[in-house]
Ligand binder design. Structure first.
Ligand code: NDP
Ligand code: GDR
Length: 353
């Protein structure tokens, strides 16, 4: 039997790299699409263990170019398309709302049009997000919870989500949408809060004299391990029917809790003092490179967002019942894994990303 062919947009991102590895291991031929830049970097594909695989083909591609999307479908003839490409940083979407909308919104329409024109039998996965719930209307959030996005990114993702459903209903395209809650890993970009924290904790634990500056530490997120979430994406495209699924852990913790866990992973307990803009955290105990009482964390309002998503917690029971998918890695395990990876990187000369 011929192996299946999958096209992944955003292969240089966290999820793209993990998904490439998972699909290669399942015997797929994978077209990993990346956009041309002056300094394209495949470090995540390397670290995920997918680089150099004979069935991995890298293809240049820009989501905002419809003709590029059409020719890519024609030349690669995929069975499945996983659309992971996006301007995915919520903070930047406030500064670059138009670019975000073009890539994260209209880009999805380009792909759906390319599928409709070239081969409507291609199965399509859209990377939707818990950010669409925004100012949450129910706790926990599931597939039926009303949406209320709170950023240009969230609004744009909601457009793409509905466009995927519309192409499913209008043209019978197998378009599935995964509403994924935050998922993290050592391949996460340095600008996202978990990796920003683990990277700083690693540096401080090795003796670098710096203070971690954060925005809203009260924000609560449902954080899972990215390596498991990409398996859920694949399962969505193997189901009998296209549908919408939430993937989440069902546990929520604050940014402050994540900071606490990250410092615990290097043997430091934190003492938080002050509130809101004047909140700080100091070391309650010493280690080889950290002194008891040392200032380690402070709030910098520069990292506040114009509108915030305060609390996300997902109910993934539909994915469990229909797909047999469930998150397994605990937040403690995830955080430790990320801190240890960053300690190794800094001990060996520098961060990745
Ligand atoms: P990343 O930001 O790590 O990766 C995004 C990818 O999109 C990168 O490969 C980037 O390329 C690529 N890209 C951006 N613009 C374009 C473009 N114009 N043309 C082609 N490629 C482009 O995101 P993640 O891996 O974390 O997330 C994957 C998807 O899932 C995203 O759509 C994200 O919005 C969504 N999502 C993520 C969640 C998470 O917690 N991680 C949760 C829910 C949804 P480059 O390397 O050149 O920048
Ligand atoms: P999020 O992730 O916005 O949930 O989007 P991010 O890690 O950026 O923020 C999570 C929460 O932490 C608060 N925060 C900070 N965030 C950042 N980045 N930097 C800080 O210094 C900081 N201090 C506090 C934020 O305000 C926020 O409340 C991610 C992305 O991967 C999206 O693409 C994806 O769709 C969603 O997760 C689900």
């Amino acid at each position: 039997m011929m192996s299946k062919k999958a096209l992944i947009t955003g292969v240089t991102g966290q999820d793209g790299a993990y998904l490439a590895k998972v699909l290669l291991d399942k015997g797929y031929t994978v077209y990993g699409c990346y956009r041309r830049t002056a300094s394209t970097n495949f470090w995540r594909v390397d670290e995920a263990g997918a680089s150099g695989h004979p069935n991995l083909h890298l293809a240049e591609f820009d989501l905002t170019d419809l003709s590029n999307c059409i020719r890519l479908m024609q030349s690669t003839e995929p069975d499945e398309v996983y659309n992971l490409a996006a301007q995915s940083f919520v903070g930047v979407s406030f500064d670059q709302p138009v670019t975000t909308s073009e890539i994260t919104g209209l880009g999805v329409l380009n792909l759906l049009e390319a599928i409709r024109l070239v081969n409507p039998r291609i199965r399509f996965y859209q990377a939707s997000t818990s950010e669409m719930f925004g100012k949450v209307q129910a706790i926990p959030q599931c597939e039926e919870t009303p949406f209320y996005p709170r950023s240009p990114y969230g609004v744009t993702k909601l457009y793409a989500h509905w466009m995927t459903i519309n192409y499913r209903e209008s043209y019978d395209i197998f378009g599935s949408s995964g509403i994924l809650f935050n998922h993290e890993s050592q391949l996460r970009g340095l600008e996202f809060v978990t990796r920003k924290i683990t990277d700083a904790v690693a540096q401080i634990s090795l003796g670098q004299d710096r203070v971690l500056e954060l925005g809203n530490m009260d924000a609560k997120r449902d954080w899972g391990f990215a390596g498991e979430y990409v398996e859920g994406m694949w399962r969505m495209l193997q189901a009998d029917e296209p549908d919408t699924f939430v993937l989440a852990t069902g546990r929520t913790e604050s940014v402050r809790d994540f900071v606490r866990l990250a410092f615990q992973a290097v043997g430091v307990e934190l003492e938080f003092r002050g509130k809101e803009e004047s909140e700080i955290a100091v070391a309650a105990n010493g280690t080889e490179h950290i002194q008891a009482g040392q200032l380690l964390v402070r709030v910098n309002p520069r990292f506040y967002r114009p509108a915030e998503v305060e609390l996300l917690i997902g109910d993934a029971s539909k994915a469990k019942n229909v797909l047999g998918w469930e998150a397994k890695t605990t937040l403690e395990e995830l955080c430790r894994m990320m801190v240890e990876a960053d300690v190794r990187r800094h001990a060996n000369g520098g961060p990745r990303g």
